[in-house]
Design a protein around this ligand. Structure first.
Ligand code: 3HC
Length: 311
């Protein structure tokens, strides 16, 4: 009976065992995983737009090839994650419908514009850096398919972060104009990158339950702090400054203190009032409509060959 199943589930989570698609799980566990995995997938897909903006204008063939590879990786991450979500009994069509109609979210970070080539470096270094800080613990998430998808994603994310860092280093050591362009990009992407980790712990609606289920292994503020501590020395070696006058090493904490985040901006962006929200969703809906013929053709092909007999 239900109580027995609940007991088996609780014991498995407590023992750090993986919950697999065919295992019994509380409806709320299933629902929060669909919510988080779907929004993670949506973030990967929408995240292709800001960077794709620069593929045709990359300054060299090498940079163009790297950026194309990265954008293709993001698409792949989206597909892994939609597949992980489908193991929970939902369909990709349903999830995309919710994205297109604003009933599901994607990461706030992608509602900011990529104004110069240096933004491609800042996104790689900061946005993919933050994503790695968030995704490494997710490799130990209690839900098997999500945790396994994260292992592959994290490997590719490290390349994304390194190429961004290297791009910024080249600019920072370049002409004064190139240095200024790199500094301007870091100034615009730093605070929105900190917002990627979610609201402060005391305003996080899901953290307590997600941590009890070992979906979330560290709180939003813990991972945000970890990210700041990683970035400060990296900014120094880049020869760039982080736009936070309150940033300073705190000896007894053994961590960096940093300034206050503008949470009004965060909640405004989540409400749809960020610089690029409208543009991102319009572009996404257009891409979905223009791609309908591919989905129809693939479905027709699959149906023709589903009888198992090669026609
Ligand atoms: N952007 C948009 N929505 C956000 C957000 C952000 N940065 N941070 C929090 N939220 C939303 C949550 O989704 C939740 O709303 P919902 O109930 O409608 O889903 C609400 O704000 C309250 O936040 P909580 O902290 O209570 O929510 P979570 O426990 O889900 O924590 C999270 C938020 C840390 C983002 C968690 O969902 C998570 O770890 N998700 C997986 C990682 C992810 O989505 N990363 C996207 C980064 S971009 C990326 O990976 C692409 C890379 O390749 C560049």
């Amino acid at each position: 009976d239900e109580a027995e199943y609940q007991h088996v589930f609780d014991a498995a989570v407590a023992a750090d065992e993986r919950i697999e698609p065919r295992d019994w799980m509380p409806d709320a566990y299933r629902a929060t995983l669909v919510r988080q995995i779907a929004q993670h997938a949506h973030s990967e897909i929408i995240g292709m737009q800001p960077e794709a903006n620069w593929i045709t204008r990359a300054p060299s063939l090498r940079r163009k090839a790297i950026l194309m590879a990265k954008v293709q990786d993001e698409a792949g991450h989206g597909l892994y994650l939609y597949s992980a979500a489908e193991t929970l009994g939902t369909s990709r069509d349903e999830l995309l419908d919710k994205l297109h109609s604003g009933r599901q979210k994607y990461s706030s970070i992608f509602n900011y514009p990529t104004l110069t080539w240096a933004d491609v470096g800042a996104i790689g270094w900061l946005v993919d850096g933050a994503a790695i800080t968030n995704q490494v613990p997710l490799c130990r998430c209690s839900y098997g398919p999500y945790a396994r998808a994260m292992v592959r994603v994290c490997k590719e994310e490290s390349f994304h972060q390194r190429q961004g860092y290297e791009l910024l280093l080249a600019l920072s050591r370049g002409t004064p104009e190139q240095h200024a362009m790199a500094q301007d990009a870091v100034d615009r992407w730093w605070w929105p990158s900190l917002m990627m980790f979610g609201p402060p712990d005391d305003e996080s609606q899901h953290s307590a339950q997600s941590m009890a289920w070992k979906i979330k292994r560290h709180s939003n503020d813990e991972l945000r702090q970890r990210f700041v501590d990683i970035c400060v020395p990296q900014a120094e070696s880049l020869g760039l400054t982080l736009p936070d006058p309150d940033l300073r090493w705190n000896e007894e904490r053994g961590k960096y203190d940093f300034g206050t985040i503008d949470w009004t901006e965060f909640w405004e962006v989540l409400k749809g009032n960020g610089p690029c929200n409208e543009q991102r969703l319009t572009q996404r809906r257009r891409a979905h409509d223009e791609g309908a013929w591919v989905r129809e053709a693939a479905a027709a092909h699959a149906a023709k060959h589903s009888g198992g007999t090669e026609a």
